[in-house]
Design a protein around this ligand. Structure first.
Ligand SMILES: *Cc1c(COP(=O)(O)O)cnc(C)c1O
Length: 432
């Protein structure tokens, strides 16, 4: 397996050492395979010549080299903050390959997006009113502008990830009294409003519900265009969302499965009349990443074996604070980087942070871990090491991309240098 080759090579190349006891690895071939799978899934269902812009939700892995790599694979950026926009621009993305979403865009952000020609989706009536004022000056040069709606179809199994509940904070609630009529009117009154957007969720969300959200979006577009007597809505931004299987090495559900379900649920989406934008995040990256950490000590307390490692809440915040929703597989390696053998022992895998709940796995059956061994938190290419928790002033670990093949040496490329202690001191006000 490529990741076993990479773990061993990371040790040999001293990317992980007693002084740098945690690092993250990203399988760049895995990312390319995911990008290819996304392109072919939609190529299979779209009409010849239909415009499709796939974007990557930058929050899932906010690393400039990763955004550049994905751009090279034909995948743009969905950004949701000035910082994410700066990362996309630093990666060299053209303005027409970036989409700006966020429920809290400041007036300055809106101005900047308009000036740069970056498509954006307004999240609320108030944001639309701000755009009215900004666009009154220069109506013809505006980039594509859309409105995010919440189809209010209900949630999934993880509340915090459910963006289409009746009271979710995103978009205009389409089922609220008078909302549908208001949205139709908003488009009729604004010739520059040409896109509709929704993002129903992903982790913990049934594909059928996501597809139902896209159908609601499509039906609304048809209604607006009929009422406007023209093709006012020309592009549907169907958002992201594809859950990741954290329990096996499968990339399931596959992009192809979702694309076919969309075609079955919303055939009109694929007859070529609408351009499409997608915003997948975790499904492009999660399976390709791992966090690798040294076991520093082991102990047994109250009869429970515990391995104290260097990967905890600082790199796995969701797993530590909401373990039932975000369980991770842990792979054990010995000090030479070989997969660890031996009888399974139920043990806790703990992190370095100073609070008792800092565990990435509880009572998990693994070969008995020893100091100097390594643990790998699997499927952590999205929303883990790039979404850190600044507890205990732990430095941000290095992140390395790799190419691994059986017969040739594994090669690494640095995606983010490990943070030095002096950089850390700056981050924590050392220059104030
Ligand atoms: C987070 C987000 C996505 C991507 O979500 P994933 O679950 O990572 O695929 C897409 N669109 C919007 C608006 C988002 O907020």
């Amino acid at each position: 397996m490529r990741r076993d080759l990479a773990v061993r090579a990371a040790l040999e190349r001293r990317l992980i050492t007693p002084d740098h006891p945690v690092a993250a690895l990203l399988d760049l071939d895995g990312v390319r395979e995911a990008a290819t799978a996304l392109h072919s899934a939609f190529a299979e269902v779209t009409a010849p010549g239909q415009r499709v812009l796939h974007t990557f939700a930058v929050k899932a892995a906010s690393l400039v080299p990763v955004l550049r790599l994905l751009d090279g694979f034909g995948i743009g950026c969905e950004v949701a903050s000035p910082g994410e926009l700066a990362l996309a621009r630093a990666a060299g993305l053209a303005a027409d390959r970036i989409v700006l979403d966020s429920p809290a865009k400041t007036e300055a952000e809106l101005r900047e997006a308009l000036a740069l020609g970056i498509a954006l989706n307004a999240d609320s009536a108030q944001e639309l009113a701000r755009l009215d004022a900004l666009i009154a000056d220069e109506p013809t040069s505006a980039p594509p502008l859309g409105l995010r709606i919440n189809p209010q179809l209900g949630g999934g199994t993880i509340d915090a990830m459910s963006t289409a509940t009746p009271t979710a904070k995103f978009g205009v609630g389409l089922r609220d009294p008078g909302a549908r009529e208001w949205v139709v009117r908003a488009f009729i009154d604004r010739p520059w409003l040409t896109r509709l957007h929704c993002h129903v969720g992903s982790q913990g969300m049934a594909l059928e519900r996501m597809a139902a959200g896209v159908r609601a979006l499509y039906e609304l577009a048809e209604e607006i265009n009929a009422a406007a007597g023209t093709r006012r809505v020309d592009t549907l931004d169907i958002g992201g969302g594809l859950p990741v299987d954290f329990a096996s090495d499968e990339s399931a559900p596959a992009f192809a499965e979702y694309a076919r379900l969309l075609r079955a649920t919303v055939p009109g989406l694929f007859d070529g009349r609408y351009g499409l934008v997608t915003e997948f995040g975790r499904a492009l990256l999660a399976k390709s990443g791992l966090v690798l950490a040294r076991v520093e000590y082991t102990k047994t307390t109250g009869g429970r074996p515990i391995a104290i490692t260097h990967a905890g809440a600082q790199v796995a915040v969701r797993t530590v604070f909401a373990p039932a929703s975000w369980p991770l597989r842990v792979a054990a390696y010995d000090a030479t980087g070989a997969p660890k053998r031996g009888p399974a022992v139920r043990q806790d895998v703990a992190g370095p942070c100073c609070f008792a709940g800092d565990l990435v796995a509880r009572d998990r059956a693994l070969p008995a871990l020893e100091p100097g061994d390594l643990v790998a938190l699997l499927d952590t290419g999205a929303y883990y090491v790039t979404t850190p928790f600044g507890y205990n002033a732990l430095p941000r670990p290095g992140i390395y991309g790799y190419h691994a093949e059986e017969a040739t040496p594994t090669t690494f490329t640095t995606l983010r240098r490990p943070q030095t202690l002096s950089e850390l001191v700056q981050e924590y006000g050392g220059d104030c």
